[in-house]
Design a protein around this ligand. Structure first.
Ligand SMILES: [Zn+2]
Ligand SMILES: [Zn+2]
Length: 320
């Protein structure tokens, strides 16, 4: 055996061992996530209250509504509910720029950091916390350089820190402002990205019902809706955000972000199951983020919810 063959065998053995370790981690993590979901019991969240007006302005996503705005495969939405303004997720900022695409879009849309009362991070993935550099340090950031968030509360889904914001780790569902709640984290094991805790926002709009704002939708939209129904005796009026359906034309995400075995990733059937489950709720608003759903999935949702569907596009506020 020559040296080259030996090196090749060494590399292939290493890759084989790594794959076996990933399979073990996925098998055990998925079992743990199912056990936690089955055992989760939370009391009803009484006294949620209502908001009269809700506006969700996408600041970062895959599509833009106007020229001059930056598009990124990540999520950041400005949620304005009566007197409360929440920055929901912090985008991707892949190149670590300062000012980041998020800050640049904010400026173009007339939004300043001062207007933000609190930050809400759905989950610790790079496309939601402002990039890999922040994800790896278990923090979040609005730009390549530090943006001061002194005096602002940050509701986080897992143990994370921030140099200036007042961080609060959300484990159980809780009300965070009048008419606004976190549904608490729901765990999911992803094959490559590992253990993922994701929280979503629920906003009770007066005379309408709950609007759910979702980051990536890893726990599945069915479970997120089920959690909302467990917590509140309120109709689900609408859903805005990512539901993770890269089933046809986002090949990398389809395999890398999979919550199933990599040889059996999310498929069109899973989109159809989610649509069938959501139809029971007679949604009046269904705004699907393109950052983690493909064109085919968006068309399927559009067809299934003709009066309620709209794309999520940067710079185009969804107003209720
Ligand atoms: Zn995402
Ligand atoms: Zn994610």
């Amino acid at each position: 055996m020559n040296l080259l063959t030996e090196i090749l065998i060494f590399i292939l053995s290493g890759l084989g061992l790594l794959f076996i370790a990933l399979c073990m981690r996925f098998y055990l993590g998925r079992r743990r996530a199912e056990q936690i979901w089955a055992a989760a019991r939370f009391p009803k969240l009484e006294n949620l209250g209502t908001v009269k007006q809700l506006s969700v302005l996408p600041l970062i996503d895959d599509l833009t509504a106007k020229d001059g705005l930056s598009a990124e495969s990540g999520v950041s939405y400005l949620v304005r509910a009566d007197d409360t303004t929440i920055l929901f997720d912090a985008g991707l900022n892949q190149a670590g720029e300062h000012p980041s695409p998020l800050l640049r879009n904010m400026e173009k849309l007339g939004v300043s950091v001062d207007q933000i009362d609190m930050v809400f991070i759905s989950h610790l993935h790079l496309d939601h916390v402002g990039g890999m550099r922040y994800q790896s340090k278990r923090t979040f950031g609005l730009s390549g350089e530090v943006v001061n968030l002194v005096g602002k509360r940050a509701f986080l889904p897992t143990e994370m820190t921030h140099p200036s914001a007042s961080v609060e780790v959300v484990t159980a569902p809780r009300i965070i402002a009048p008419g606004i709640a976190s549904l608490g984290v729901i765990p999911r094991q992803l094959f490559f990205f590992g253990w993922t805790l994701e929280q979503s926002l629920a906003i009770n709009v007066e005379g309408k019902g709950l609007v759910l704002v979702i980051g990536c939708g890893h726990p599945t939209v069915q479970r997120i809706v089920e959690r909302a129904k467990q917590l509140f005796n309120l109709p689900i009026y609408g859903i805005i955000g990512g539901l993770h359906f890269p089933v046809a034309d986002k090949p990398v995400q389809r395999y890398v972000g999979t919550d199933n075995w990599p040889w059996n990733p999310a498929d069109k059937q899973s989109v159809e199951s989610a649509i069938a489950a959501l139809k029971v709720n007679q949604l009046r608003l269904m705004a699907l983020s393109p950052h983690d759903s493909c064109t085919w999935s968006r068309a399927a949702f559009q067809q299934a919810f003709p009066g309620a569907y709209r794309d999520v596009r940067v710079g185009e506020a969804i107003e209720l």
